[in-house]
Each structure stands twice: as C-alpha cells, then as structure tokens.
Design a protein around this ligand. Structure first.
Ligand SMILES: NC(=O)c1ccc[n+]([C@@H]2O[C@H](COP(=O)([O-])OP(=O)(O)OC[C@H]3O[C@@H](n4cnc5c(N)ncnc54)[C@H](OP(=O)(O)O)[C@@H]3O)[C@@H](O)[C@H]2O)c1
Length: 254
C-alpha cells in the first residue's frame, strides 16, 4: 500500500507465476455467476502504450507470445465467450481452446470448448465465413434483430432474436444466464462491445495487457464510444509483467 506522496516501485513479489496459475487466481473454474440475473463478466484486451487497440486493423500486431498464451488460457475456465461481430470477422476467430485446456475442461465436467456468443444486429453475412463457424462441435449463439438466416455452417449455430431496437448486451447476458445456464463469460471485446459492457455496468473485471509499443494515428482505443462522464474509475487489483509487457487486472468501482 503506498502512502500519500510515495511511488511504489514495481518489483517482483514472490515467485514468478505460470500463466495457468495467474488465471487460477481469478477463481473462474469455480464458476460463480455474478448474480441470478447475469453471468460474471471478465474482459481480456490488449492496448498499446498509447491506448490503441489495433495495428493495421487487428489486435495481433500488439500482442506478444505471453499475451497470446494468457488470452487463450483465460478461455479455458469460462462457460461462454462474448465477442462482437466486428471482432470475430476482423480477427477470423478459430480453434478457441488448446488441446491441454480442452482436456482440463472435460476432466472438470465442462464441454470441451466454451460457448461462443456474438452480437450482430443486422446478422452480418461475413460471420458465416469466420472459420469458427465451420468447426464441427463448436456451439455458437448469435444474438440478432434480423429475421434472416445464416447460410449452413459446420458449427452448431443458434440464432437468438430480439425485436428491432431491443438488442442489448444486458439482454444477451440475461438470456445466456437464464436459458443457457452460463455462469462465467469472457469478452474479448471489441472496443464497441466493451464500451457497452462498461457503460451498462456489466463488466466485473478487465484484464488489460499494455504492450510496449506506440501506435499513434486515430485508430480505436480499447474502449470505443461516447465519452464517459464522469470517467469510469477502476481499482487496480493485480499487476504482472513479462519482459516489457504489463498485465493489469482492474475492477470497475461501483
Ligand atoms: N486490442 C484488443 O484487445 C482488441 C480486441 C477485440 C477487437 N479488437 C479490434 O477491434 C476492431 C473491431 O472493433 P469493433 O468495435 O468494431 O468491434 P466489436 O465491438 O467486436 O463489434 C461491434 C459490432 O458488434 C455489433 N453489435 C450489435 N449489437 C451490439 C451492441 N449492443 N453493442 C455492441 N456491439 C453490437 C455491431 O455489428 P452489427 O452492425 O452487425 O450489429 C457492431 O458493429 C477490430 O479491428 C479488432 O481487431 C482489438
């Protein structure tokens, strides 16, 4: 704890953690929901040191091997993921969970991969071309206001409809909890979806990687949308580093 006017140096405290041990400390395997109404919601994002969310339109240029491994490890214990349509399409999602984590999930009584939930009001046709939608056995739910259908996909895809103007992240989370029994959700954004999760006070924790890169330009920041007035305060609950990357765990202050 720092006293007024003091800066605490960021030194190694205790032994280095494996990535799985870092994730274990989040107690996601316990599967405790936020409430009866909605799941616990954790977001995993990476930003440059100047706050940008992409390099050449994708997050990959910001990431490093530890960040990539952490993001994949965060998927291992959750019941579901919630990822905006923009991100699924831009990043070309596929193959959510590595083989050892699949085995761990099954050993702990979970399906081999988390349910993938996405939001697309207009049911973007490009979703059908996301590789994940072609993976046999992958469960996907698409929340939409559209009456359209997606062309045949190899994955197990369910369309959940909302009336026009009624599709909200809160509504999606409530449905996931009520009809899907989902207790924990990992959101990997994107920035537009994360803005709504924060604005609607649906975000319980943010795992934010700060990449040791400066990007500049006018690309999206990690949270994209109208200014929060007042800004949303965060409590810093954990800090780790790997090489020049920082890994921060924040909890929004109610
Ligand atoms: N740095 C990182 O950690 C990180 C993480 C994720 C993504 N990214 C990058 O961010 C970019 C995508 O950003 P984005 O903000 O456009 O993507 P996004 O948040 O993944 O998707 C936004 C889209 O989701 C749909 N949507 C429908 N209902 C929504 C609702 N209630 N709330 C929010 N979204 C809703 C909308 O599509 P419809 O028009 O179909 O309704 C909207 O255009 C990509 O370049 C990706 O690479 C970076």
């Amino acid at each position: 704890m720092s006293r007024a006017g003091e800066l605490q140096p960021l030194r190694a405290q205790g032994d280095a953690l494996t990535i799985d041990a870092f994730v274990e400390r989040l107690a996601l395997w316990d599967g405790a929901a936020h409430s009866g109404e909605r799941p616990r919601v954790l977001a995993g994002m990476v930003g440059s040191a100047d706050g940008r969310a992409t390099v050449e339109g994708r997050a990959g240029g910001l990431s490093n091997p530890v960040d990539r491994a952490l993001l994949r490890a965060l998927r291992a214990p959750v019941d579901a993921m919630l990822v905006g349509a923009g991100t699924l399409i831009a990043e070309g999602y596929a193959d959510l969970v590595d083989a050892p984590h699949r085995e761990l999930r099954v050993a702990r009584g979970l399906p081999a991969t988390p349910l993938m939930a996405t939001i697309s009001r207009g049911l973007a046709p490009a979703l059908a071309r996301v590789p994940l939608f072609g993976e046999a056995g992958q469960r996907i739910v698409v929340f939409t206001e559209s009456e359209d259908e997606l062309p045949g996909c190899g994955a197990d895809v369910v369309l959940e409809r909302f009336a026009p103007g009624q599709l909200t992240a809160r509504g999606c989370l409530q449905r996931l909890r009520a009809s899907g029994g989902v207790r924990t959700v990992l959101s990997e954004g994107g920035p537009t979806l994360l803005h709504e999760l924060v604005r609607e006070r649906l975000l319980d924790e943010l795992i934010l990687t700060i990449a040791s890169l400066l990007v500049a330009g006018d690309g999206r920041s990690v949270v994209h949308g109208p200014v929060f007035e007042p800004p949303v305060a965060l409590r810093l609950d954990d800090v780790a580093r790997a090489e020049d990357y920082l890994f921060l765990r924040y909890v929004p202050v109610a």
